[in-house]
Design a protein around this ligand. Structure first.
Ligand SMILES: C[S@@+](CC[C@H](N)C(=O)[O-])C[C@H]1O[C@@H](n2cnc3c(N)ncnc32)[C@H](O)[C@@H]1O
Length: 236
């Protein structure tokens, strides 16, 4: 990606499978803001990667071990998902943060996996329609400036008979935790660009993706979603 200052709005269809969007829903954080936030976060990943795997590893394994064929990991970060994707697949990772991509490249090497990782905006993927058998993404929609555009891009590049596998975090079902999340939400967003109180299923439905399977864990904080890449234009 060459121009980080320009974000294509979802209302400017460019790809043949674009079907317009139902909501642009941009927040105030821009792509450069997010890159700055994750440049700071990258230093912590090296120290706390083990904790991340401890807390989320079993959810990642359950969700991504079903990936097949050519797999796109959207917003792959440091490549944490790569070890949970079957060895028979080819991994393509994209992210907006170069420091995290460096770690993702090392992860591919460590795992001795074939694959590529490239800097790219999830909201404007530089792939042809129907390029992947499986599209995966974890803990990412909370951060995309335009979540609907990114999800619709995932649908566009996934083969119609493929799957979109998402693992997301969001508002807890537990009142006490949800209130704490609400209290921290603005400060957390300003620091990291992450919407800690988002409702992943409603975002996915707003994008027009059909949900085949959904399951929550950790008092509703983690949601596993399996989507059909064929957009359902009747969804709200
Ligand atoms: C919370 S991290 C999750 C990283 C990784 N998927 C994981 O599970 O560890 C969110 C990621 O989204 C990436 N990101 C945010 N906006 C993006 C965009 N528009 N395009 C591509 N990546 C983006 C960030 O750089 C960051 O790596």
């Amino acid at each position: 990606m060459t121009n980080h200052e320009t974000i294509k709005t979802p209302d400017s269809p460019r790809h043949s499978k674009d079907r317009g969007t139902k909501s642009s829903n941009n927040d105030q954080m821009t792509i450069p803001d997010i890159q700055n936030a994750y440049a700071r976060y990258a230093k912590w990943i090296d120290r706390l990667g083990w904790l991340n795997r401890l807390l989320t590893g079993r959810f990642r394994r359950r969700q991504f071990s079903e990936a097949t064929g050519r797999v796109l990991d959207v917003a792959c970060g440091a490549g944490t998902n790569f070890q949970y994707v079957p060895e028979s697949t080819e991994i393509v990772g994209i992210d907006i943060s170069e420091p995290l991509l460096e770690r993702a490249r090392s992860e591919l090497e460590t795992l001795e996996r074939d694959g590529t990782v490239t800097q790219m905006d999830a909201q404007d993927l530089e792939f042809e329609d129907d390029s992947f058998d499986t599209v995966i993404s974890s803990f990412s929609t909370c951060t995309f400036p335009d979540r609907v555009a990114a999800l619709r891009e995932m649908a566009r590049v996934c083969r119609p008979d493929g799957q979109i596998l998402l693992l997301e975090h969001g508002r807890s079902d537990n009142d006490l935790i949800a209130r704490y999340q609400e209290w921290r939400a603005d400060a957390h967003y300003e620091k990291s660009g992450c919407r800690v109180t988002q409702e992943p299923l409603s975002v996915v439905r707003r994008a027009g993706l059909s949900v085949d399977e959904a399951e929550t864990a950790q008092l509703g904080r983690i949601t596993r979603i399996v989507c059909d890449p064929v957009l359902d234009e009747t969804n709200e």
